[in-house]
Design a protein around this ligand. Structure first.
Ligand SMILES: [Ca+2]
Length: 190
């Protein structure tokens, strides 16, 4: 099955989706500074994350709405509830100190996170870090076998990691770096 099918196997409903972040290999360096990121933000009525494991299993999560404030507010992000009818994995870390909802954006040169140190520097990405993350889609892009076990290499949590509320359920933890990631926003409701 492809990522454009829903959990029941039906083809995704017609809608207009726009990609704003896409990781499929190591060809683009996402560890960029504040000025590089500041022109890249979009918003829309729906936000969808798509993740692929190295065995090509796809997972997706949709939020019913999202809002990114302007630079004055450090691009603070607010997410609506997860829509379970079009999601097949749990939103990471809701209500935890890792959760991105309510976080401001950080890069390696501009630290707006809630941690005493720089989450961006520690985890090699530019993101809505909190204290620090349950989801690091701009982190290091690595290949197997390293991508399958980043727990003992000093690279823990620096990959394209995602964990749900069940933190230890491999591959949804900080030892596993995803093969592909895509963030999409819809330009139409529903
Ligand atoms: Ca900090």
């Amino acid at each position: 099955s492809s990522r454009h099918e829903n959990s029941a196997g039906a083809i995704e409903r017609p809608s207009c989706w726009q990609t704003f972040l896409h990781r499929v290999d190591a060809s683009v360096d996402f560890y960029q500074n504040w000025v590089t990121y500041k022109s890249e933000f979009g918003q829309g009525p729906r936000l969808r994350w798509e993740l692929s494991l190295w065995n090509d299993t796809w997972y997706w999560v949709e939020n019913t709405w999202f809002l990114v404030l302007n630079e004055t507010y450090k691009y603070q992000l607010f997410l609506g509830d997860q829509d379970d009818s079009v999601s097949n994995v749990i939103q990471c870390g809701a209500n935890s100190s890792w959760y991105l909802n309510g976080s401001q954006f950080s890069t390696y040169d501009v630290d707006n996170d809630a941690h005493a140190m720089s989450c961006s520097v520690m985890f090699q990405g530019a993101w809505w870090y909190n204290k620090c993350h349950c989801f690091n889609p701009t982190g290091l892009y690595t290949l197997p076998p390293l991508a399958l076990n980043m727990s003992t290499t000093g690279l823990w949590a620096t990959g394209i990691t995602y964990f749900t509320d069940s933190y230890t359920a491999y591959p949804f933890n900080h030892a596993y770096s995803m093969k592909k990631f895509e963030a999409l926003i819809s330009s139409t409701l529903g």
